[in-house]
Design a protein around this ligand. Structure first.
Ligand code: PLP
Length: 399
């Protein structure tokens, strides 16, 4: 058996024709698929209806899409992958694919916040209920109702990186016949394979680490069985979801270097997290690779590495000072996305933090994406921003 990096590097590579060929899969752009006869077209339609991954129209995606789907399916250890135009649309695809009017889903309270908007604007109108729960409490079984059709998780959670006990949660859901979907964007699929730990669906915003260069919007859903593939395929088809071949190519290109980028993000983020932990202006650092993080034991058991995302809560700082800190950073751009090569800072909205049951603090929280810059520069930048925000605070207080 070859190693995971070897498989990832070559997954979906085009075969040689007449003894030669390119390393990379070609970008196959088309809206129309041509057929040599009506019978051939009908044959494609029938095979597609039977669940085969075969294109009869450009929207279904041809070789480039197929190569990306195969590579991510392999990465996640799944049965089949579906591409969507963004991470959020991939999440919505799963919710709409598995939930019908009058049905209920249990959703971990720390999931990517716009999931709540999907509920408010779309699912409520369709008579679908999402119930947000605190996944650390051992009461999932008691919350499952006769009409519960999905448990939806994200581990580690958005913003505060709470690591969930996925095998335990999945075992409870499985005992009740309820499928589990989880957002695996944080690990890029490289440091964590939820389908091997009991989840049935793994979702990623390929926008982040898979594409890896802040130049693509994309989502990917990987399912573990033909039965789930049929349900997701029919919603995918009905919604008309598709991605451009150029974007599929960019995501596939990003995938080839995912392991080296993530290893470097982790190395830099750990240095930054340790430095933050020792800084007097910091109350708490949220990074599961730190030995005293509450999720460290679960992270060690279920993950093989940590990403570049590090959050921290200020000690004795109000929102004004936290804003000043972020505004003063030079190497961290202010931005909400992450997963590219560059460093970013995002001041978490207090109302978003209040949604997370795992933390009761009221101090401002900044989420950093630690990029591939020299970590010494990043740490010096954080140092000057702390110093500047404190100095400005002292001047205001003295005035
Ligand atoms: C954990 C997580 N999932 C999903 C998404 C949504 O991805 P996209 O921005 O591609 O819609 C994001 C975006 O920030 C995210 O952080």
């Amino acid at each position: 058996m070859t190693g995971a990096s070897t498989r990832l590097l070559h997954a979906g590579a085009p075969p040689l024709r007449a003894g030669s060929g390119p390393v990379n899969v070609p970008v196959v752009r088309t809206s129309t698929v041509r057929f040599e006869s009506v019978a051939a077209l009908e044959d494609h339609h029938h095979r597609r209806a039977d669940g085969e991954r075969i294109a009869s129209y450009g929207r279904h995606g041809l070789d480039t899409h197929r190569a990306l789907e195969d590579a991510v399916t392999q990465l996640e250890g799944g049965h089949r992958a579906f591409l969507a135009p963004s991470g959020l649309s991939a999440i919505t695809l799963v919710l709409l694919g598995l939930l019908s009017q009058g049905e209920h889903a249990l959703v971990a309270d720390g999931v990517y916040a716009p999931v709540r908007r999907v509920e408010q604007t779309l699912l409520k109108r369709l008579g679908i209920t999402l119930e947000f729960f605190s996944p650390a409490r051992a009461d999932l079984a008691a919350r499952i109702r006769p009409n519960t059709r999905l448990v939806y998780l994200e581990s580690p959670s958005s913003l505060l990186f709470e690591v969930l006990d996925l095998p335990a949660l999945a075992a409870v859901a499985r005992a009740h016949g309820v499928p589990v979907a989880t957002d695996n964007t944080w690990s890029g699929g490289w440091f964590h394979q939820p389908l091997k730990l009991g989840a049935n669906i793994s979702i990623q915003a390929a926008t982040k680490y898979i594409a890896g260069h802040s130049d693509v919007m994309q989502g990917i859903v990987v399912v573990d069985s033909p039965a789930l593939a049929r349900r997701i395929a029919s919603a995918h088809e009905a919604l008309g979801l598709t991605v451009g071949a150029d974007d599929a190519y960019l995501a596939l290109r990003g995938l080839r270097t995912l392991p080296v980028r993530l290893t470097q993000h982790q190395r830099h983020a750990l240095q930054v997290a340790q430095w933050l932990q020792a800084h007097p202006a910091v109350e708490r650092v949220f990074y599961p690779a730190l030995p005293d993080d509450p999720g460290h034991a679960l992270w060690k058991r279920d993950f093989t590495g940590a990403s570049g995302l590090v959050s921290f809560a200020f000690r004795d700082a109000d929102a004004t000072r936290a804003r000043r800190f972020v505004d003063t950073l030079q190497h961290f751009a202010i931005g909400a996305s992450w997963g590219g090569y560059e460093s970013l800072a995002h001041l978490a909205a207090p109302e978003r933090l209040r949604e997370h049951g795992c933390w009761q603090g009221s101090q401002p929280v900044v989420r950093l994406h630690v990029g591939l810059e020299d970590p010494g520069d990043l740490i010096a930048d954080l140092g000057q921003a702390f110093a500047h925000s404190e100095e400005a605070h002292t001047l205001v207080a003295a005035a």
